[in-house]
Design a protein around this ligand. Structure first.
Ligand code: NAP
Length: 290
């Protein structure tokens, strides 16, 4: 890792709370090395009350851009000057670019979700799917599923049912998709919903480091071999949910591929350079296993 920074070095940051679990600083700093561009990426633990001031700081200090993570992806929108068409449609932002003092929000999670799910397109199209969670990650996955995979039905399952209902109404109106349902995250009623889903996505933070023994559902009867279970969590690489689903024969997918692909798109938005995705993935895997 380079240890000299000069007056031309540009700064990119990550804001969220908590952010200790994040691999984004590793990915972006190594991407800058691979592409030989003079950028440094730093994490900033910012609580909701400080969001507005943090963004004023971005403009005042000339910071080139930010990633936005839990729990700010939706709330941050009201402090931005502009949104990409997709971010406006999704209602969540994970990347901000400082364009000459104006902050524009983008959503590159959709790039990561597309890259992760594309090889399973035939399984998903025309099938029932379940999305656990109703935050920023859920918005990106619901948008991507409706736009690119055309499932028969999407059930949004969340601890706080009002947030699931909000997403139901939002996407029914914005994307004119009528086949949305909502459900509480309460067993055992969920077994049938999960069991009939060809794809189950966890877009909650349940099971994320350090609470790795938590799981959004312990209903093992929910899973079977003709199913894909996708956990957006990338730390740990295999969550308890994925282990449970795998034991029942389901195909499982963790969040690392999504992480690298969303990062690659964000890096391109900030620097204009396309980072080498395969090299980034290998470096990240090496870092995690070492
Ligand atoms: P968020 O907007 O803060 O939403 C969090 C969601 O988790 C909400 O639906 C919340 O339910 C639910 N939740 C939190 N604690 C819970 C608990 N104890 N029991 C039940 N539900 C709980 O977060 P986000 O930005 O969508 O991110 C969610 C997860 O996706 C995080 O783990 C994040 O790291 C991951 N993610 C990964 C990638 C990737 O590249 N792999 C990209 C984006 C996100 P309530 O509405 O009831 O509070």
């Amino acid at each position: 890792m380079k240890n000299s920074f000069y007056t031309n070095t540009k700064l990119i940051g990550l804001i969220g709370h908590p952010i200790k679990q994040s691999y984004s600083p590793f990915i972006h700093n190594i991407a800058a090395q691979f592409k030989n561009v003079d950028y440094i990426y730093l994490p900033f633990d910012v609580v909701a009350d400080n969001l507005e001031n943090a963004l004023k700081g971005v403009v005042a200090l000339g910071i080139s851009g930010l990633n936005v993570t839990i729990p700010h992806k939706e709330k941050i929108i009201k402090y931005l000057d502009d949104l990409s068409e997709e971010a406006a449609m999704i209602g969540a932002v994970n990347t901000i670019v400082n364009e000459h003092g104006k902050l524009k929000g983008y959503n590159t999670d959709i790039n990561g979700i597309l890259e992760s799910l594309m090889e399973f397109k035939d399984l998903i199209t025309g099938s029932k799917v379940s999305v656990i969670g109703a935050g920023g990650g859920a918005r990106a996955v619901i948008y991507t599923l409706i736009r690119h995979f055309k499932p028969e039905q999407i059930t949004i399952i969340n601890r706080t049912i009002q947030r699931a209902d909000t997403l139901h109404n939002y996407f029914s109106e914005k994307m004119r998709f009528d086949n949305l349902k909502t459900a509480d995250l309460f067993p055992p009623e969920l077994v049938e919903t999960f069991h009939s889903s060809k794809l189950i996505v966890n877009s909650t933070s349940v099971g994320m480091f350090p609470d790795v023994d938590d799981c959004p559902t312990n209903l093992k009867e929910s899973f079977h071999k003709d199913q894909l279970v996708f956990d957006m969590i990338y730390n740990p690489t295999e969550t308890k949910l994925l282990r449970l689903a795998k034991q029942q024969g389901a195909v499982t997918l963790g969040g690392l591929k999504m992480l690298v692909h969303q990062a690659a798109k964000s890096f391109e938005l900030w620097t204009g350079e396309e980072p080498p995705v395969e090299k980034l993935s290998r470096s990240l895997e090496l870092m995690i296993t070492s």
